[in-house]
Write a protein that binds this ligand. Structure first.
Ligand code: GLO
Ligand code: MG
Length: 346
């Protein structure tokens, strides 16, 4: 039997957010990058995720050479701290150029901007020592369906992915699907869509996926099924665990906070498919509640990790024999109770 996975954890600088929402200002002071790096280490996390402009602040004002120089400096800094860069993601959704989308914008100039910026992200990743490029296709969708053609948008997405794959022969593109927010409807809403579009690219084996629990739930799906599906293709290369209370705005709650059983099933799926054995990290894409005081700034991360590790214990100690007997007897009634008793601690 394979040795149990020793999970390794990862977080992004944006996960130390300050509590601002569309209805009110921030409620905690902004923290510096150095503070976040120290916090990450204190929490026992081993890797950091980066947007391109987390790695190189004010990226839009800097020359290509300057961007690479700063990426190199960051790599040295991370090496010194013993922290790995897990991935880099182009933060396309912030720029004035991408108001109508990046790769699927109706404006050719803006599509070019999105592709060029993504290529630069790949260059930054190379400097940071990672081949993983995360693509959260935030604005690749519509507010108004009649404003774009879905067929043309699929073509444009494939063109963009191809341009990135061509730019660097090592880079792996990891699509993070999300069905809505900020868009009404996104073009790549689920893992199925991500894996399907991979097949249309010039190098399907370098296009995989990242599952975020909340995004699956927002699509009305069970994140555990999404994990099983992606891993059946060997295509789950990164993971954003969190929680989501139904079909609302993207809540990014601590892992297990809304539905412990759904969280348990995600951990079971990770365990049964061997997630982490090829060096994949478990990231928590969680945010502190707006009410969180400054002195409790790290609780959402620490608690998510605690819950995850407790659920790993629960997955490993699950009474499989008893469960199998109930399954064989089609006694799902008692199987249900067995799961509940196990989670409640009996
Ligand atoms: C938002 C996304 C976002 C991405 C991150 C990496 O809903 O989950 O946090 O994961 O920007 O691209
Ligand atoms: Mg995410």
């Amino acid at each position: 039997m394979a040795k149990p996975t020793q999970y390794r954890f990862c977080v992004g600088p944006w996960n130390f957010s300050e509590g601002g929402d569309p209805y009110g200002p921030t409620t905690r002071p902004a923290k510096t990058f150095d503070w976040k790096l120290a916090a990450l280490k204190e929490l026992g996390f081993e890797a950091m995720m980066f947007h391109d402009d987390d790695a190189v602040p004010e990226i839009g004002t800097k020359s290509a050479a300057q961007v690479l120089k700063e990426a190199k400096e960051l790599k040295k800094r991370l090496d010194g701290e013993g922290i790995v860069a897990e991935m880099v993601a182009p933060r396309l959704w912030f720029a004035p150029e991408t108001i109508d989308g990046g790769y699927t914008s109706n404006d050719k100039k803006q599509r070019r901007y999105a592709i060029d910026r993504s290529k630069q992200t790949i260059d930054i990743a190379r400097e940071l020592g990672t081949d993983l490029i995360v693509l959260w296709l935030a604005r690749e969708g519509t507010y108004l369906r009649e404003s774009k053609s879905g067929a043309r948008s699929t073509e444009l997405l494939v063109e963009a992915l191809d341009a990135m794959l061509k730019h660097d022969k090592q880079a792996r593109l990891c699509i993070e699907p999300k069905p809505n927010e900020p868009m009404d409807h996104a073009y790549i809403p689920t893992i199925g869509h991500a894996l399907a579009i991979a097949q249309l690219t010039r190098d399907p084996k370098r296009v995989g996926a990242l599952i975020e629990s909340a995004h699956s739930i927002l699509a009305g799906l069970d994140p555990a099924d999404e994990i099983d599906f992606a891993m059946s293709f060997g295509k789950l290369w990164s993971l954003h665990l969190n929680d989501q209370n139904g079909l609302k705005f993207d809540q990014d709650k601590p892992f297990g906070s809304a539905n412990l059983r759904v969280a348990f099933n995600q951990v079971r799926a990770l365990e049964r498919n061997g997630y982490g054995r090829k060096g994949e990290y478990v990231a928590f894409d969680v945010h502190p509640f707006r009410t969180t005081r400054e002195e409790h700034f790290l609780k959402h991360l620490d608690n998510s990790k605690k819950t995850f590790l407790r659920l790993v214990e629960k997955a490993r100690s699950f009474p499989t024999k008893e469960a199998d007997a109930l399954i064989a007897d089609r006694n799902y009634q008692d199987l249900d109770q067995l799961v509940l008793e196990h989670l409640m601690g009996k």
